[in-house]
Write a protein of this length. Structure first.
Length: 181
């Protein structure tokens, strides 16, 4: 069945694309949710009339997302969780926990926009990607520590200055040699 997409749909296409999908997907999901129209000449004209309005709305959403991304840059989150001897948490830190912590700081972000492959189940630091808008991602460092520990203290893997794989750790840059030496 041919439909015209009314919005960006991941793994399917951009707004305005004419794509073939299975009839059940079109009739039960895309069309009732307003994500697509049947591909007919009348709907093509309808789509072209709505195009200008959609472009303005997308520009407004993108600018709001860029503003939010600028505000989120530099935000760090810390969670206190109980853990066993091998630094394995008794619970976990999920996307919902991260979303709630961001909401406490005044950022309303849907937990589905937090790209966390699996819940965090160990103590340490993890960089979490937040997809604010299509093409606008922000990396937020998340640190999980035991209750009473200082979340700003350097993790043991950062103390030596070089992580596994030869990557320079975050911190003060090494002194550069001068040309006069």
């Amino acid at each position: 069945m041919k439909v015209i997409l009314n919005d960006f749909i991941e793994h399917l296409g951009e707004r305005g694309d004419s794509v073939s999908v299975k009839p059940g997907y079109a009739n039960n999901y895309l069309i009732p949710k307003g994500l697509a129209y049947f591909d007919t000449p009348g709907n093509r004209r309808r789509f072209q009339q709505e195009q200008k309005t959609w472009e303005q709305q997308d520009t407004q959403r993108r600018s709001a997302a860029e503003k939010l991304a600028a505000q989120l840059t530099g935000t760090k989150l810390a969670f206190e969780r109980r853990a066993g001897e091998k630094d394995v948490l008794f619970g976990s830190v999920t996307a919902a926990d991260i979303g709630a912590a961001l909401a406490d700081r005044g950022f309303e972000i849907d937990r589905r926009r937090i790209m966390l492959e699996h819940p965090i189940k160990e103590l340490g630091a993890v960089d979490v990607v937040i997809n604010i808008h299509r093409g606008i991602d922000v990396v937020v460092p998340v640190r999980v520590v035991r209750p009473g520990e200082d979340p700003d203290a350097l993790a043991p893997e950062y103390e030596e200055g070089v992580l596994e794989g030869g990557v320079q750790a975050a911190g003060p840059a090494p002194e550069a040699a001068t040309a006069s030496e």
